[in-house]
Design a protein around this ligand. Structure first.
Ligand SMILES: Cc1cc2nc3c(=O)[nH]c(=O)nc-3n(C[C@H](O)[C@H](O)[C@H](O)COP(=O)(O)OP(=O)(O)OC[C@H]3O[C@@H](n4cnc5c(N)ncnc54)[C@H](O)[C@@H]3O)c2cc1C
Length: 392
């Protein structure tokens, strides 16, 4: 009788190999040397240098999962997962993570998955190289969670479309060279009649209305955009007309997984920071980590991180196997984002007054973490999805 060994049960989960460990190290080294020392200045300036996209492209980080023929690294989702987790762990800041992540995790995947060879050449290849900046435009002033409420209209004309409308809260929106933009292409309401067009910054009528001021993610740009009679050629239609809702859903899976991985990376770092501080800082004649109240806080933080990591890696493994694990991805997004905020807040508490000071970076972690339960589908929407999955 042949004994089938259940290697899956004991394999590193997901299938991380030495190659992925090397990648972890590379990302950490890059952030340590070229990002972390400058983050404070970039946060003050309210943006990181445009050059950083090019540098990330040069190092291969913006095209880890894309084929070499398109300038990518020929890797897969697991490589991209390592990038998302380590960028956060290494302390790149929420803003830098959001700006680079918007490029690699939300703006380019639909171009790769649904784009024509011509669109791959015009948008994906330069985005992988960091020469062009991409953004994803779904949210509008009157339509966030409810994408069926999208009003930006693309009127079909000879040879293409004429677009009128607006988008808001768009990460990379101020600097983006191209916008992967959800529009309505038919009067049909609801989820039907949605399509995607790639809008280019230099198109007449495409305007960046403002760079929004926000609570955290200071070094990333978040834009409000408006479109007035923007003529978009038919070759910029991404995917099939009126099938845009499908594209939105396909994109959400990776966006949510990638946010979960970022939160896991962030929590790993916060637990380490808390342990270090609790070991060094003394009060009443002993390191504060020797007080049970503080020790228990750290124990709970580490447990939260580990359970979030297990849930996220579980979802990642299923995703990497080609399944569409909506339930697991939704749970991971729901659990990790609120947990990151709580872990960051506990870390701040352990730092006492110093935690409240900019110098330590912990207050920034708290502010940056606040976006997680809102962006990429809010906690309430995650619970709605899960409720439906559970048959309610
Ligand atoms: C910094 C930042 C960056 C962003 N980047 C991008 C980007 O790059 N591209 C992009 O397209 N969007 C982006 N967004 C938008 C983000 O995805 C939306 O803010 C989010 O989807 C929520 O939409 P909303 O803000 O309109 O809130 P709303 O949808 O108006 O929701 C308001 C409140 O009502 C709750 N709610 C809504 N519907 C329900 C329901 N059915 N049941 C229970 N509660 C409900 C929500 O959970 C929330 O608490 C970004 C947002 C921010 C703040």
């Amino acid at each position: 009788m042949t004994v089938v060994k259940d290697t899956g049960a004991r394999a590193r989960i997901p299938p991380f190999t030495d190659e992925h460990d090397d990648l972890r190290e590379q990302v950490n080294r890059w952030v340590d040397e070229e990002i972390a020392p400058n983050v404070g200045e970039w946060e003050e300036a309210r943006e990181f240098p445009r050059e950083l996209y090019r540098r990330a492209g040069e190092l291969g980080f913006l095209g880890l999962k894309y084929p070499a023929e398109l300038g990518g690294q020929g890797g897969d989702a697991i490589h991209d997962a390592v990038w998302a987790e380590e960028l956060a762990y290494a302390g790149a800041s929420g803003g830098v993570g959001a700006g680079l992540g918007a490029q690699s995790a939300i703006a380019t995947p639909p171009v790769f998955n649904f784009g024509t060879p011509d669109q791959h050449e015009r948008f994906l290849r330069p985005a992988i190289a960091g020469e062009k900046i991409g953004a994803l435009g779904i949210t509008e002033p009157g339509a966030g969670s409810d994408v069926a409420g999208i009003r930006t209209f693309a009127r079909p004309v000879d040879g293409g479309y004429v677009v009128n409308g607006s988008k808001t809260f768009i990460t990379n929106g101020v600097r983006a060279d191209f916008l992967v933009c959800a529009v309505r292409t038919s009067e049909e309401g609801g989820h039907g009649g949605l399509s995607f067009l790639i809008l280019e910054r230099e198109m007449p009528g495409y305007e960046v209305v403002s760079k929004l001021e926000k609570m955290g993610w200071h070094s990333s740009d978040t834009g409000e955009l408006s479109f007035t009679d923007v003529e978009v050629p038919a070759e910029n239609l991404l995917g099939e007309e009126d099938r845009g809702f499908y594209l939105i859903m396909a994109n959400f899976a990776w966006e949510r997984l990638s946010m979960s991985l970022g939160a896991v990376g962030g929590m790993r770092r916060l637990v380490e920071t808390a342990v270090d501080y609790a070991s060094e800082r003394e009060a009443f004649g002993r390191p504060i980590g020797r007080f049970q109240a503080i020790r228990h806080k750290v124990a709970a933080m580490a447990t939260t991180m580990e359970s979030c990591r297990a849930l996220t890696y579980h979802a990642l493994r299923l995703h990497a196997q080609g399944e569409n694990p909506i339930r697991e991805v939704t749970m991971a997004k729901l659990a990790t984002q609120r947990s990151l905020l709580e872990v960051a807040d506990e870390c701040l508490q352990i730092h006492g007054g110093y935690g409240y000071m900019r110098e330590y970076g912990v207050e920034r972690a708290v502010r940056d973490a606040r976006l997680g339960p809102i962006g990429g589908g809010s906690d309430e929407i995650m619970k709605e999805i899960l409720g439906k999955q559970l048959g309610l």
